[in-house]
Ligand binder design. Structure first.
Ligand code: SF4
Length: 340
């Protein structure tokens, strides 16, 4: 496989998402109008070449839907997905095929995502058959073996079946399948959440090594902020389909501004007992509301200990503070409190 080129030029935007929205129609019965599930609303962000962007939030916040919209496995209802300057949102399947080899995905459940009737070699080679049919059989096999070695699998495993592998090894197969076309961007959708904690670090380290070695750009999706922080340059926090905070990993982790980010961080162990006590006050209460009928104004207000009457009346805009994006009427007060 190609090594990453050494390049000192400023990183370009590989992906630029502009005002993306995605809704799903949910049947409410034969004689009733379908309900609208607002999975994503007015999402804008960029991912630079070579960057890892983490996307974090609870189950149902829209993060996997966003990953699929980036890859055009789902078409957004509104907005643009600029891939290297070209809008790929809603491209016909045949047009999109030209970009598929550059845009790959790693799934959450490694064993469930592998065809049990195919050998490891066939699974890893599968994207090559459809996306790079010009390769000869020997070139395909050589590429499969090189990729297996890159992810820590022995070439002699090539004729084995998925059930013969542990969860961690199965995820290495999934990573090899994503890597085989030499993509530019990989969306990692909860790639370690189905694995034992002892294996998670191995897979995270492998992804970090592969990113450096092959110059990959990653979008890393997880419900676990400590996992996301481990691998991400910047982190986007989603709540009920909207961005509530976007900042560098250090800024977000050390100085969270949005009450929802603070709440997520209470689940992350920290060594400083004073800070841990302060953070425990911000803990998350209650269940995430239904995206079919979200609260008015700020959708986090029903769980926010800092909510004011204005929070029910006006949705806070996503403001650019210079160092981060944050959507909260009280972010400046909270910043002052944090600095006191
Ligand atoms: Fe809480 Fe209000 Fe900020 Fe929403 S806008 S996070 S309810 S303080």
């Amino acid at each position: 496989m190609m090594q990453a080129p050494v390049d000192n030029a400023p990183a370009e935007d590989l992906i630029r998402v502009e005002n993306l929205s995605k809704h799903f129609s949910i049947s409410a019965g034969m004689f009733t109008k379908p309900l609208q599930l607002k999975a994503l609303q007015d999402i804008s962000f960029t991912v630079k070449r070579g960057e890892t962007l983490g996307i974090v939030g609870e189950s149902g916040c829209g993060k996997s839907t966003l990953g699929r919209c980036i890859l055009q496995l789902l078409s957004p209802d509104q907005g643009r997905v600029m891939w290297l300057g070209q809008d790929i949102a809603g491209l016909p399947a045949e047009e999109m095929r030209k970009h598929r080899k550059d845009l790959q995905i790693i799934f959450q459940d490694p064993l469930a995502s592998l065809n049990p009737r195919m050998t490891v070699g066939e699974i890893i080679a599968d994207p090559l058959r459809s996306l790079m049919p010009e390769l000869k059989a020997k070139e395909r096999r050589d590429r499969v073996i090189r990729t297996m070695e890159a992810v820590g699998l022995l070439p002699e495993m090539i004729n084995r079946y998925p059930h013969e592998f542990s969860g961690g090894q199965a995820q290495r197969i999934g990573i090899a399948r994503a890597l085989i076309t030499e993509p530019k961007l990989i969306v990692c959708d909860e790639p370690v959440s189905a694995l034992d904690v002892s294996i998670q670090a191995q897979i995270l380290n492998l992804l970090a090594d592969l990113k450096d070695k092959f110059g990959l750009t990653l979008v890393f999706i997880s419900h676990n902020l400590s996992v996301v922080r481990h691998v991400s340059d910047r982190i986007m926090v989603l709540y009920l389909g909207r961005i509530v905070e976007l900042a560098s990993g250090d800024d977000l982790y050390d100085q969270p501004r949005h009450p929802y980010t603070r709440a997520l961080l209470t689940a992350v162990p920290i060594p400083d007992p004073k800070l841990a006590r302060q953070r425990s006050i911000d803990g998350l209460v209650g269940e995430i509301p239904s995206p079919i009928n979200p609260p008015s104004g700020c959708t986090f207000r029903t769980r926010c200990r800092y909510a004011l009457p204005i929070c029910a009346q006006q949705r806070p805009p996503l403001e650019d503070t210079g160092t981060r994006m944050v959507a909260c009427h009280r972010w400046q007060e909270l910043e002052l409190q944090a600095g006191a």
